[in-house]
Write a protein that binds this ligand. Structure first.
Ligand code: GH3
Ligand code: MG
Ligand code: MG
Ligand code: MG
Length: 316
């Protein structure tokens, strides 16, 4: 296939390749109200193998973000007519929180003070026109890579190293806000603490490494069974917490009972041996605003009762 070396067909070819290869690439949301300038910039970006989403106005850009599109970097002309680049910056920060998508401002040479204000307001970078394509692309890649590292650090801080599910810190950082949300919806909800039975015995019999394997297996099963709707974390040792999303005690009890039964019947293969485990679960209701620790303490007390009643059961 011969492609004629004229700009238009090259743009088309690049756009086609773009659609195929977009996965894994840096996505830039380009906001510029001037169609000609936007087209120029989009062309430069596509030649630099960025995936590009175009918006002509700030509200359009916000709509793209609200729709949950993956955006790695936003580039905004700082002279947008309806809502200046600065205002877009503020709005994105307000909606997405402190580690919002990095926003790079763009303007003509003249307005040096705009650049200063933009950076001070939390802009990731500022580029003045005219620019070298290589510098333009380089700055965008740099901003995107910094953002990726921040996200990776955040994920690491929220994850349990052994099992890969959320950790205690994340459970306590996000739990109270979720409870607030559920209570405001007027629903109330439930919280469960799940603990592997006689885990010390298992460690003593098979060794710590097999113990670790069992922990990973249980976490993996729980992750699948609990799903994304509810908050699951390893609270420590062989203990897991589940904050249900608006499940009253009846539904939550049935849910926990299913978890208990599933885990009791799943076989864990380790060192040519088939291991079986059981878990006990304490389940408490959340009906009124209280310190988050109190809910967990209540669930813990039910767990204690489940252990004393013979283990392998749910008590609420
Ligand atoms: P119960 O049925 O009453 O819960 O008894 P248990 O033996 O499960 O409870 P206990 O709290 O006495 O023991 C928990 C054990 O979990 C003790 C500790 O060595 C082990 N443990 C804690 N963290 C880890 C871990 O990361 N890996 C492994 N392999 N063991 C762990
Ligand atoms: Mg214990
Ligand atoms: Mg235990
Ligand atoms: Mg325990």
């Amino acid at each position: 296939c011969i492609v004629k070396n004229e700009p238009e067909s090259i743009e088309r070819l690049i756009a086609a390749v773009d659609r195929v290869l977009t996965k894994g690439r840096t996505t830039v949301l380009l906001v510029d109200s001037c169609a000609a300038s936007r087209q120029d910039l989009a062309g430069i970006l596509r030649r630099g193998f960025f995936a590009v989403i175009e918006a002509s106005e700030a509200w359009e850009a916000l709509q793209v973000l609200d729709q949950g599109e993956t955006v790695d970097v936003i580039i905004t002309d700082t002279g947008l007519a309806d809502l200046a680049g600065l205002a877009l910056l503020g709005e994105v920060q307000k909606r997405q929180g402190e580690d919002a998508v990095p926003i790079i401002g763009l303007s003509e040479q003249g307005d040096a003070r705009v650049a200063a204000r933009f950076i001070e307001a939390g802009g990731a970078d500022f580029i003045r026109k005219p620019f070298l394509e290589a510098e333009f692309s380089g700055r965008i890649r740099h901003a995107a890579s910094l953002q990726k590292r921040i996200q990776a650090l955040k994920l690491a801080a929220a994850s349990d190293y052994l099992t890969g599910i959320f950790n205690r810190r994340h459970f306590f950082m996000t739990g109270p806000r979720l409870v607030d949300q559920y209570l405001r919806r007027g629903e109330g909800t439930s919280i469960a603490v799940l603990d592997i039975d006689h885990f010390k015995r298992l460690n003593d019999t098979y060794g710590h490494e097999i113990g670790d394997l069992v922990l990973k297996h249980v976490a993996g099963r729980l992750k699948v069974l609990v799903g994304d709707q509810h908050l699951l974390a390893r609270l420590g040792g062989e203990e897991f917490g589940i904050l249900f999303d608006g499940l009253g005690v009846r539904d939550a009890f049935a849910f926990c009972e299913r978890l208990r039964a599933e885990l009791a019947k799943s076989k864990i293969v380790a060192d040519d041996e088939e291991l079986a485990i059981t878990v006990s679960i304490g389940l408490a209701t959340i009906e009124a605003p209280e310190a988050f620790e109190n809910y967990l303490h209540a669930a813990d007390q039910f767990l204690y009762m489940a252990k004393h009643a013979g283990r392998n059961r749910v008590i609420s």
